[in-house]
Design a protein. Structure first.
Length: 353
């Protein structure tokens, strides 16, 4: 095993005390000249000194480690969000663990027990689809209440009110899609939803259908509504029913389903815009070199990552003060006065779609 340099080694190389090295490398107040600070920094670099995080955690009561639980890491939106969250965490010296629940209530329950036991300072959670329906919501609420560190919900169940949460206004997103198509002259418009038992998918559908009455003055034809699961195949399978139903436009409630829908259109010899308008949701495909010619409703993953990390970081600071005894009261103060931040989606029109 390679030798790992210690504070004592750095101190000897720089010609100062171990205490001085500790204060300087941890950016703590100290009366140390710039010359000595430079000597310490140079010695640490030359010796490839890496702080002992376990020892630091004993002093700071922080592991500098947080977790993000996603329902489906293969979903492009969640994958891109994980990357953006990691960037936000790294900028402040934190490392990120990404865990996949596979949209399973049981797997999510286990992760909410296992990750805090590993000493993470906080958890960002996109609830599993199974956790967003009926009594499962109460079970999730109980799980979160027992977690020994702050938890922030993202994307789903974000307006439940019992936990800190950040998400986009899905109702508005659905309205934006419908308004764009109705004002474009379309009267028969299909929709491929997510699982409408889950609140965010239901809200997109509700906003979409409500806009028909407000803008189009007509009732949405339910025969043109097909429930999907945010995967390529469900968009592909929904296409025949909506095309054969006489629709001239379709709103797919995520970009990946829109790609599937467009694939089936191509197989039937139909062209986007000329034969049928297709709108997606998320505006995530361009990050992967896809969907350049797709109009979509954007949920900015960079904005979402910044908002959820900012909220969690504030709660972590509260938790640290509580553990250090500088704040009295509830042993888990982050559970009080839950905060909800709702972000605004926007329609992004493709130049040639």
């Amino acid at each position: 095993m390679a030798y790992r340099a210690t504070l004592k080694d750095v101190a000897a190389a720089a010609g100062v005390s171990v205490t001085t090295v500790s204060l300087v490398l941890n950016n703590r107040p100290a009366r140390v000249s710039e010359e000595k600070r430079k000597a310490i920094a140079d010695a640490a670099k030359k010796l490839n000194y890496v702080p002992n995080q376990s020892a630091r955690s004993l002093v700071t009561k922080q592991s500098q480690l947080v977790a993000l639980i996603v329902p489906d890491i293969e979903n492009l939106f969640f994958a891109a969000l994980a990357k953006c969250v990691e960037d936000e965490c790294a900028a402040q010296g934190y490392s990120l663990i990404v865990a996949n629940s596979d949209d399973s209530r049981a797997a999510e329950h286990e992760l909410l027990q296992r990750l805090p036991a590993r000493g993470v300072d906080g958890v960002m959670l996109i609830p599993a689809r199974e956790s967003c329906v009926g009594s499962a919501v109460e079970q999730l609420c109980e799980d979160v209440a027992l977690v020994s560190c702050p938890v922030v919900l993202i994307d789903r169940l974000t307006q439940c009110g019992w936990c800190d949460a950040v998400g986009f206004d899905n109702y508005l997103g659905g309205r934006l899609a419908a308004q764009y198509l109705l004002e474009g002259g379309h009267t028969r418009i299909g929709i491929v939803t997510g699982d409408i038992a889950e609140s965010s998918a239901a809200e997109r559908r509700r906003g979409f259908c409500g806009c028909h009455r407000a803008v189009g003055g007509s009732i949405f034809d339910s025969s043109l509504c097909v429930e999907g699961d945010y995967r390529f195949d469900s968009g592909y399978r929904a296409a025949n029913q909506i095309i054969d139903g006489g629709a001239t436009a379709v709103f797919c409630c995520n970009d990946v389903m829109a790609l599937g829908f467009r694939q089936r259109m191509a197989e039937r010899g139909l062209h986007v815009t000329e034969d049928m308008q297709v709108i997606g949701y998320d505006n995530i495909l361009k990050r992967f070199g896809l969907g350049w010619r797709m109009t979509t409703v954007e949920q900015s993953v960079t904005d979402l990552a910044a908002a959820c990390w900012g909220m969690l970081r504030k709660r972590i600071d509260v938790a640290v003060r509580a553990k250090s005894g500088t704040e009295s009261g509830d042993a888990r103060p982050w559970l009080s006065d839950p905060q909800v931040e709702v972000l605004t989606p926007k329609l992004v029109q493709a130049a040639c779609a």
